[in-house]
Design a protein around this ligand. Sequence first.
Ligand code: CA
Length: 188
Amino acid sequence: MYLKSVFLKVLIASASLACWSQTQAGVLDFEDLSGFGPLPANYAGLSWDANWNYYDFSQPPYNPSSGVVRIYTHRFGGWIDFGADVTFQGSWVASLDVGQEMYWEGYHNGAKIFESAHLSGGAQNFINVNWPGVDYVNFVSTSFDYFVIDDVKFNHTDRVPDSSSTAVNLALALGLLGLISLTTKHWI
Ligand SMILES: [Ca+2]
């Protein structure tokens, strides 16, 4: 009975570790910034187009989707370099200009592999995608400066456990079980 209980605890601990790894979702809401100015270099540990700026004051229709802070560029969009493979899930976009189109592009090792649906000028909405294996994304606006984005969503692909890491967890669990079995044998 004692051994069975220990085995269950080891399995639960192993499963908990796997779940922890799977919940490393990232949403950049920019609410740790206040006022306005250039987005800090290496914000959130990522590389950013040097033209990104942020601000926290009201300016409809350039509304944030979370809190009060959102980002923009005085360009036709801007890029984010994750420095590693991620699963990119899009962002909030608020815009103004009639005839404008906005969309995300996803890249891997410099090659474009994804392009989102296009959002029309005047829209305030999320662009939702599910792009595994991208290391760089580029937001495109066909109108200069007429946009803000907020709540950039992505997951670190390399932190999601694959079959090999699951096997490692299982091996650790079985190894620990074996050790416990040896040390507790005379108790049972
Ligand atoms: Ca925000």
